[in-house]
Design a protein around this ligand. Structure first.
Ligand code: BG6
Length: 483
């Protein structure tokens, strides 16, 4: 049977996410033949724009985020033809009745809510009121999915009044990254790693998402959010889940999500003492990022001069289960850091005894999985230094995934949008995962509020406050760039 017609509604279509990510991703999906033949895109926004003005201004802006070699005139014209714009006030039910007239009977409807979460409930209720939500409909929710446990639960409950769980796609775009998905294959598609993937063979795990950009023009959102909510609660914990979970019984979305949920529920809760000792929060001050002068966070446009919002977090977490025993998981993320780099480092335990006359205390075996900027997997091993004697030196087996595979690698949003269209839930968070992640993160927010002190300053262009290195040093460990 051929695909049903697709009516894809983007709420918040003139916003930053839509311009930078969603519209370019949809164009790429279109270019590569991944949109169903009967697809239409209904861009919905508050601004009173004509279709022509939307195409000129907004789509024209999105074009800049598409790589030049993919911009093909004919494909672009056909893409434009798929798009319509509807101006709508999310609080006005009559506007939704008008919206309903744009949707075709029998079409598969997908509603992508790239709006402030405060609007989620109203939009869902009005969509249902206008008769647009049938059993085939799907809703996509963009982060932030709440800013604490209560608000996350409220979103789940409210959206759940109109959509069944299998109709709800909660986006964490890190789950759409090729290398994050590849982690499942690395672990469960090879037999050699899994026997060692546990205590006591692993000494520690590091997960870093370092950015060089500052808060840019997003202070209005970011200052009320901070790095813990913006990055740790979702992206870093989701990566931790995939690194730490047990093998799922199948590739069925719920089989995988069940295992991730177990990891989140096994995270050791942090009390005031652990928060003070094992969680470092920082805020960037003026400096230079890769030789370019950078303003301090407190001097950025729109940031209150006494803001205590953290732009950096590093912390030590534990997963209290049989597999992970006491293995520390070090998580770290920040803005205005020395390099843009996202990676997972599996630091294997040292040898019980060293035969060789050198100073390497541990075996030095590390598996480094890089997501950004390049996608690679490296295994660091020890080799004999050439010459007489038996000295060792660390060397690395390098797999560059761009060289190994010549196929095009789609951006996270493109891959996730195609999953939504095809109804594949695997790379989306289930309601209970979202709540379990908040359950672990929320006490840290409360702990900070109770401590009442400000985040530690770090100069833009460094790797964060010195306390972050000290956290590792206390365990006789180092962050990967220091090793
Ligand atoms: C977003 C955060 O979810 O992820 C941003 O809100 C952050 O603050 C971004 O910059 C990082 O994503 P990526 O794909 O560029 O690593």
């Amino acid at each position: 049977a051929s695909d049903p017609d697709l009516d894809l509604f983007i709420f918040g279509a003139t916003g930053d996410l839509s311009v930078r990510k969603l519209l370019p991703a949809l164009y790429m999906a279109h270019l590569h033949g991944n949109l169903p033949t009967g697809a239409r895109i209904l861009a919905v926004g508050r601004q009173a724009l004509s279709r022509e003005a939307f195409i000129q201004q907004v789509l024209g802006g999105a074009r800049q985020f598409i790589e030049a070699r993919s911009l093909q005139a004919e494909a672009w014209d056909r893409f434009e033809a798929l798009i319509d714009y509807v101006a709508l006030d999310a609080t006005a039910p009559e506007d939704f009745a008008r919206l309903a007239r744009h949707s075709r009977a029998g079409a598969q409807r997908v509603f992508y809510l790239a709006t402030a979460p405060a609007l989620f409930t109203r939009i869902c209720a009005h969509l249902a009121g206008a008769g647009l939500v049938d059993a085939q409909a799907r809703v996509v929710l963009e982060k932030p999915l709440g800013h604490d446990m209560a608000s996350a639960r409220a979103i789940n409950a409210e959206v759940g009044r109109f959509f069944e769980e299998q109709q709800i796609f909660r986006i964490d775009h890190y789950l759409g990254k090729e290398t994050v998905q590849n982690l499942m294959v690395l672990r469960f598609g090879n037999a050699i790693f899994e026997p060692l993937w546990r205590a006591p063979f692993i000494r520690s795990v590091q997960i870093t998402v370092a950015e060089t950009v500052g808060v840019g023009s997003r202070a209005g959102f970011y200052d009320g959010t901070g790095a813990l909510r913006d990055m740790v609660q979702n992206h870093l914990l989701q990566m931790l889940c995939i690194v730490a979970m047990e093998p799922p019984v199948s590739l069925d979305p719920d089989a995988i999500r069940d295992e991730k949920l177990k990891v989140l529920r096994s995270l050791r809760p942090m009390g005031p003492a652990e928060i003070a000792r094992d969680v470092i929060r920082g805020q960037y001050t003026a400096g230079a990022v890769q030789q370019r002068a950078a303003t301090g966070y407190l001097q950025e446009d729109g940031v209150p001069p006494d803001s205590r919002t953290e732009t950096f977090v590093s912390l030590k977490a534990h997963i209290d289960n049989w597999r992970w025993g006491n293995v520390p998981f070090f998580l770290r993320t920040g803005k205005c850091l020395a390099e843009r780099c996202s990676e997972i480092v599996i630091d294997f335990a040292g040898q019980p005894f060293s035969l060789f006359p050198d100073t390497y205390r541990s075996a030095g075996n590390r598996l480094v999985i890089r997501l950004q900027p390049e996608e690679s997997v490296q295994l660091q091993i020890m080799a004999k230094e050439p010459g007489s004697g038996m000295r060792r030196r660390p060397v690395s087996l390098d797999l560059d995934l761009h060289t190994a595979f010549t196929e095009r690698r789609a951006e996270a949003y493109e891959r996730l949008l195609i999953d939504v269209i095809r109804g594949r839930l695997t790379h989306f968070m289930r309601h209970d995962e979202l709540e379990a992640a908040w359950a672990w993160v929320e006490p840290i927010l409360h702990g900070w509020a109770a401590q009442g002190d400000a985040p530690r300053p770090y100069a833009a262009g460094t790797w964060g406050p010195a306390a972050s290195s000290a956290l590792m040093a206390r365990h006789d460990m180092q962050w990967s760039e220091e090793a």
